[in-house]
Design a protein around this ligand. Structure first.
Ligand SMILES: CC(C)(COP(=O)(O)OP(=O)(O)OC[C@H]1O[C@@H](n2cnc3c(N)ncnc32)[C@H](O)[C@@H]1OP(=O)(O)O)[C@@H](O)C(=O)NCCC(=O)NCCS
Length: 174
């Protein structure tokens, strides 16, 4: 962070920190509680969902974000809950760093247990495929923090994750 800030300032390039997040890791997948997914239609995201995911992602909505999300949807694991019309109402993706992210439930569908199902499904799948299971949570996002804690994740004090703009581009640091 200090190096990026110093270089940006020296070159006169606009830069700013958007968020400094806790790293939450699931060390032991057997700690995942049983989550009832009966009656919930689960799927992976596809390119037709790109606009919706981009619209709801809080950090950016520009072309760079669109191409990043397209890459994630196309080449990496994802999970979503579909409504009866086949529209995603809750979802989670994986960044190229292998971190799970962009967890989101549409406001009218919150509190139905969808995020719990999506996170535990992704966590089991990533573990089975040999990935580490971790994600980032902003310190003020207590709902999300508790959600991951209750699913067996713990905070890794050694790592923070920073969303940082540099010359109007987003960069991601573990
Ligand atoms: C965080 C978020 C994904 C939770 O989605 P959700 O589908 O409503 O979550 P669930 O229904 O699975 O609930 C998970 C837990 O959070 C609790 N919870 C959900 N919304 C809550 C709220 N507004 N206040 C307090 N607790 C809440 C639930 O009671 C549940 O707790 P439990 O395990 O003790 O039963 C959703 O609020 C959201 O999209 N927020 C905006 C984006 C965001 O913050 N994403 C996370 C980035 S790390």
């Amino acid at each position: 962070m200090e190096i990026f800030k110093a270089v940006a300032s020296e070159k006169g390039v606009p830069s700013s920190t958007l968020a400094v997040c806790h790293t939450m890791i699931l060390e032991d997948v057997s700690k995942l509680p049983q989550v009832d997914s009966s009656g919930i239609s689960l799927s992976s995201l596809d390119e037709s969902h790109l606009g919706l995911v981009n619209q709801m992602w809080k950090f950016a909505k520009d072309e760079i974000a669109v191409s990043m999300i397209r890459n994630m949807i196309t080449h990496f694991p994802s999970c979503c809950v579909l409504d009866p019309e086949g529209k995603p109402v809750s979802w989670m993706l994986m960044y190229v760093s292998c971190a799970m992210g962009m967890l989101y439930t549409l406001p009218e569908h919150r509190g139905k247990g969808y995020a719990k199902v999506v996170v535990s499904t992704m966590a089991k799948r990533l573990h089975t495929e040999g990935y580490p299971v971790y994600c980032f949570v902003e310190p003020e996002n207590m709902v999300s923090y508790r959600l991951f804690k209750n699913l067996g994740f713990s905070e890794d004090p050694l790592y923070k994750h920073v969303f940082y703009t540099f010359n109007e581009h987003k960069i991601f640091q573990g």
